[in-house]
Design a binder for this molecule. Structure first.
Ligand code: NI
Length: 181
């Protein structure tokens, strides 16, 4: 089932999120719905706050970028209760977009790699080092669980320059080809 994606201005994107346990009702179905919603919108990641749920869960599938970024090949995961246990001092700046901020693309500085711990859709525990563009996707989605969107991480000057665009999204004035809320 395709779910509406909450856009910039919705308080759900800013709320604290809670960890979930194996008894979380309908978890498998929820994850399926999140993948379907993400693919429908041509995204490579979708976090629970973007569909109005304040829980620590996101899905990614960056395989489509595999030709350009080797590390994205097969990078399809559900991350439940993820933690960043270590990250590189070295950062890389690259352009990002977000399904909750249609029409906005800005350069964001991110750690080059992250070491993470998380549970998968079967609640199996994993530890993984994620690098390159895959690390960027992870950090972007992880930010959503912390109530951040990528424009929080751009310079005040850049944010001022896109202020009208952001306001238009919040006012529902931005056209979008997928269902939003
Ligand atoms: Ni996003």
């Amino acid at each position: 089932m395709i779910l509406p994606i909450y856009v910039y201005g919705q308080s759900a994107l800013r709320k604290p999120t809670e960890e979930i346990g194996p008894d979380y009702e309908g978890l498998k179905e929820l994850i399926d719905n999140m993948y379907e919603t993400m693919y429908n919108a041509s995204g490579v990641g979708l976090a629970a706050p973007q569909i109005g749920l304040s829980i620590r869960l996101f899905v990614v599938d960056a395989d489509v970028m595999g030709d350009e970024y080797e590390e994205c090949k097969g990078f399809k995961r559900a991350f439940i209760n993820p933690e960043i246990t270590n990250k590189s001092q070295e950062t890389v700046s690259m352009e990002e977009g977000c399904l909750s901020l249609p029409g906005i693309n800005e350069s964001v500085s991110r750690a080059k790699w992250v070491e993470v711990r998380y549970q998968d859709e079967n609640m199996q525990e994993h530890e993984e080092k994620i690098e390159g563009y895959a690390a960027r996707v992870f950090q972007h989605e992880y930010d959503h669980l912390e109530g951040h969107v990528f424009t929080d991480r751009i310079s005040p000057l850049r944010r001022q320059l896109i202020k009208n665009k952001l306001n238009n999204i919040a006012k529902g004035k931005t056209a979008c080809r997928y269902k939003t809320k």
